[in-house]
Ligand binder design. Sequence first.
Ligand code: APR
Length: 232
Amino acid sequence: MKKLVFLTGAGMSAESGISTFRDSGGLWEQYPVEAVASIQGYERNPELVQRFYNERRAQLSSVQPNEGHRLVASLEKDFDVTVVTQNVDDLHERAGSHKIIHLHGELMKATSSRNPNDPKCIVTLPADNPVIKMGDKAKDGSQLRPFIVWFGESVPMIASAIDEVAEADILVIIGTSLNVYPAAGLLNYANLQCRIYLIDPKDVPYDQTLGVHHIKKGASEGMKELCELLRK
Ligand code: APR
């Protein structure tokens, strides 16, 4: 089976009703990113940060995967698929994808604020009440915090993601402005034989020498066109 790797961003979940970060009306227009998505912001005002992620978890329980997520999962019958995502939502999981690498953490998980990557401290929040309050403790006795990679923190999964992209026969980038590193640098690890597709209604910056096939559509319509192309 050919190895098919996806690199997805917020645009993958846009059609599910989850706002992106940098489109007009995006999340970073409503919240200052450094206040709610950086380690400094958390240390300065942890209550604000807990509230921001509690609100995003509440929204997540009210949305569903879209056709794009479902088509990504459906390709597992014909390809060895890995989904590398910058998204912290669980929509790829809920659509049926199995091999998923979350570069920026997972909204439905919580961890230690002393050692966020200690596997003994990473827990899944209850689906019926995915809230973290100040005073909630992790297994190591520290304050429980979102299992999210904030700006200023390392991206522990990037090495696994690079290995997957380097082995890919086909790389498909969906719904990311390629603004944030190291995720945005992943496509440069594609080998020379790798076919690269981009699904995004807008132009995004990438190295034009990479021979990227840009499907200028949204995730669902773009995935329908990609599935046709991959059947040939
Ligand atoms: N289908 C596909 N792509 C879409 C759609 C859609 N329906 N709607 C918007 N897009 C595209 C936009 O054109 C844009 O290129 O999705 C992209 C969204 O870009 P961003 O909002 O910057 O999101 P993303 O690239 O995932 O951000 C990366 O930044 O703030 C951090 O950690 C956060 O993981 C996030 C990272």
